[in-house]
Ligand binder design. Structure first.
Ligand code: MG
Length: 218
């Protein structure tokens, strides 16, 4: 079973589900030529996709177009079903930064054929995540700069205040569909600026004063 690590305690938390939100920033929906959704767009990654800082993203032989998507990631401390909006933050154990690596060619083909995104989003190494920081030490999770550098150049930069569906809404909505459990992760969507990575690249993601993530590509 895969785990994520927490900074202050060093606790290793076994990961349950990895829930991901698509099109949660207006400019990213626009760059994908997609509608801004009326409710959250949801997909899943398997836990086998997780890697940690210092490891490498491995480009699979069946794709020629692997894209980076930097995202704030939530780790849940407690689960629940039909969690009311006003209680949602109590279920958050902590925050980190992650990359929703995406096989854009495989995903585009699936979209055209009306097929699921599972392969394009869930391949091995498609979910790099940082060490996580406890919620109590983060303050307002919607007041943080989020950025990604590739080989030292800024490729994506936003503020988490620009999310369309905020964290409490995501938790409440997701819990109406799935029973949430401790150790579930939620990737909260990427801002504009997604683009390809290549073998030999160094990706450095940062969630302002909370978490950093460094991974290579091969
Ligand atoms: Mg994404």
């Amino acid at each position: 079973m895969k785990s994520v690590k927490f900074e202050s305690s060093g606790a290793l938390v076994p990961v349950g589900k990895i829930l991901c939100i698509g099109r949660n920033y207006i400019e990213h929906a626009q760059e994908m030529k997609a509608d801004v959704p009326g409710e959250p767009v949801v997909f899943l990654k398997p836990t086998s996709a997780l890697i940690q800082t210092g490891e490498d993203i491995v480009i699979p032989p069946f794709s020629g177009d692997v894209h980076h998507e930097v995202e704030l990631v939530i780790c849940l401390g407690t689960g629940g079903k039909n969690i009311p909006l006003e209680n949602a933050y109590r279920h958050v154990r902590g925050y980190g930064v992650g990359l929703d690596m995406t096989l854009r060619d495989v995903q585009s083909d699936a979209k055209k054929k009306g097929l699921p995104w599972t392969i394009s989003k869930g391949f091995d190494t498609s979910a790099p995540v940082s060490v996580f920081v406890e919620r109590e030490r983060v303050g307002d999770p919607h007041g943080l700069d989020l950025q990604l550098k590739v080989n030292g150049q800024v490729r994506q930069k936003t503020n988490t205040g620009k999310m369309i569906f905020r964290i409490d809404r995501l938790i409440s909505f997701l819990s109406s569909v799935f029973t949430l459990e401790p150790g579930d992760l939620i990737f909260t969507g990427t801002p504009e600026g997604v683009g390809p990575v290549h073998s030999g690249d160094l990706l450095e993601a940062e969630l302002q004063s909370v978490a950093t993530l460094r991974v290579g590509v091969r």
